[in-house]
Design a protein around this ligand. Structure first.
Ligand SMILES: Nc1nc2c(ncn2[C@@H]2O[C@H](COP(=O)(O)OP(=O)(O)OP(=O)(O)O)[C@@H](O)[C@H]2O)c(=O)[nH]1
Ligand SMILES: [Mg+2]
Length: 310
C-alpha cells in the first residue's frame, strides 16, 4: 500500500502551441469590450454606447487546441476628471508593459481625435508588436474611410493594419489568426475552461451596471457603483443576488429609483435577463439604492468599491 497520489498527466499540446497576453487599448467607446465579447462568444465585459463603460482591467481567455490568447480589456484612455478616472487610466496604461501584443483600437468611422493621439503616443518605443485595428467599418465606406484610415496610420508605426467590424464580424476571425501567428510559442497559462480572471460576483455587478448605463442619461450612470451583497445558490437551484446601487447624490438616487420605482424595476428586469443568460439558471435579483457622497473623488470609497491600485 502506498499513499502516492496519481497526478494528472500534463496536457498534450502541439509543439507549435502559442500563447500570450494581448492588450486591447484605445480611447473610450471605440468597441474594445464588444470585440472581446465577440471573440469569446459570451458577454463578460460591459458594453454601452456611452464612453467610459469599462472601469477596470479584465482578462478574457480564449483557449483553442493550438493557442491560448489572454485578452486584456482595458478602460478607455481619456483625460481623467476625478480619482476614479485616474484609476481607470492607470489601469489601462499598466496593461502595456505586461503584454506580448497590443491592439490599438480606433473608431474609423470618425477621424482621429486628440485622445487617439494621446493613446498612440504611449506606443512609441514600445517593444511589442502593435496592430492598428480600424473598427466600426460598417458605418463608413469610400473616400471617407480611406481618408480616416490614412489619418490613423499617420499616428505611428504599426506592425499590422486591419479594418474590422466587431459588431458584424467582418474580419474578426482574420484578425484573430493574425494575432495568434504573432504570439510566442508557449504553454497554456490558464485551465482550458477558464474564461476570465474575474469572479462571478464581478461579472454580476457589471451586468447590472450595463443596464444602468443603458437606461440613464448624462452624468448619472457614471456616478454609479454596484456592490454585490449576497450571491447564493438556493436549494431549488435559483441564484439569489442582492446588490447595492450607489449614487453620489440624493437627487441621483431619486432618478435611479424613478417614479413609483419604475426605473429601478426596469433596470432590475433587464439585468435579471442578462444574469440568467450568463449564469444559465433562474435568478432572483434584489436591488437597493444608496448614496455615498462624491464617492468618485474619495480614495476610501474607491477601495471599498473594488478600485484599489493593486
Ligand atoms: N456600428 C458599430 N458599433 C460598434 C462596433 N463595435 C462596437 N460598437 C458600439 O460602440 C459602443 C461602444 O462599445 P464598447 O465595446 O462599450 O466600447 P469600449 O471601447 O469598450 O468603451 P469603454 O469601455 O468606454 O472604453 C457600443 O454601443 C457598441 O455597440 C462596430 O463594429 N460597429
Ligand atoms: Mg469597454
Amino acid at each position: 500500500m502506498t499513499n502516492a497520489v496519481e497526478l494528472p498527466l500534463p496536457e498534450e499540446l502541439p509543439p507549435d502551441h502559442r500563447s500570450g497576453f494581448v492588450a486591447l487599448m484605445g480611447k473610450p467607446n471605440v468597441g474594445k469590450s464588444t470585440l472581446l465579447n465577440a471573440w469569446l462568444g459570451i458577454k463578460i465585459s460591459a458594453v454601452s454606447p456611452k464612453p467610459q463603460t469599462t472601469r477596470t482591467r479584465l482578462l478574457g481567455i480564449l483557449t483553442r487546441p493550438d493557442a491560448q490568447v489572454i485578452f486584456v480589456d482595458t478602460p478607455g484612455i481619456h483625460q481623467p476628471k476625478n480619482k476614479l478616472g485616474d484609476f481607470m487610466v492607470q489601469a489601462a496604461k499598466r496593461a502595456l508593459p505586461d503584454s506580448d501584443l497590443v491592439l490599438f483600437i480606433v473608431d474609423v468611422s470618425r477621424p482621429p481625435s486628440e485622445e487617439d493621439e494621446q493613446v498612440a503616443r504611449l506606443f512609441r518605443g514600445c517593444e511589442v508588436p502593435v496592430f492598428l485595428v480600424l473598427n466600426k467599418t460598417d458605418l463608413i465606406s469610400g473616400d471617407r474611410l480611406e481618408a480616416n484610415q490614412a489619418a490613423y496610420e499617420a499616428l505611428g508605426h504599426f506592425d499590422e493594419v486591419m479594418r474590422i467590424s466587431a459588431l458584424t464580424g467582418y474580419n474578426r476571425e482574420e484578425l484573430l489568426e493574425k494575432i495568434i501567428a504573432r504570439l510566442p510559442l508557449g504553454p497554456r497559462y490558464y485551465p482550458e475552461d477558464q474564461l476570465t480572471d474575474q469572479q462571478e460576483r464581478f461579472i454580476a455587478a457589471e451586468l447590472i451596471r450595463e443596464q444602468v448605463l443603458r437606461f440613464l442619461e448624462q452624468e448619472v450612470p457614471h456616478a454609479i457603483a454596484i456592490v454585490i451583497q449576497e450571491f447564493k445558490e438556493r436549494p431549488n437551484g435559483m441564484l439569489y443576488i442582492s446588490a447595492y446601487i450607489y449614487t453620489e447624490k440624493e437627487s441621483q438616487k431619486g432618478i435611479v429609483i424613478g417614479r413609483k420605482g419604475a426605473m429601478l424595476k426596469r433596470i432590475g428586469q433587464e439585468a435579471r435577463k442578462s444574469l440568467e443568460a450568463f449564469f444559465e439558471r433562474r435568478v432572483y435579483l434584489d436591488l437597493w439604492v444608496k448614496v455615498r457622497k462624491n464617492w468618485r473623488r474619495k480614495e476610501h470609497y474607491l477601495r471599498e468599491f473594488g478600485f484599489s491600485p493593486h
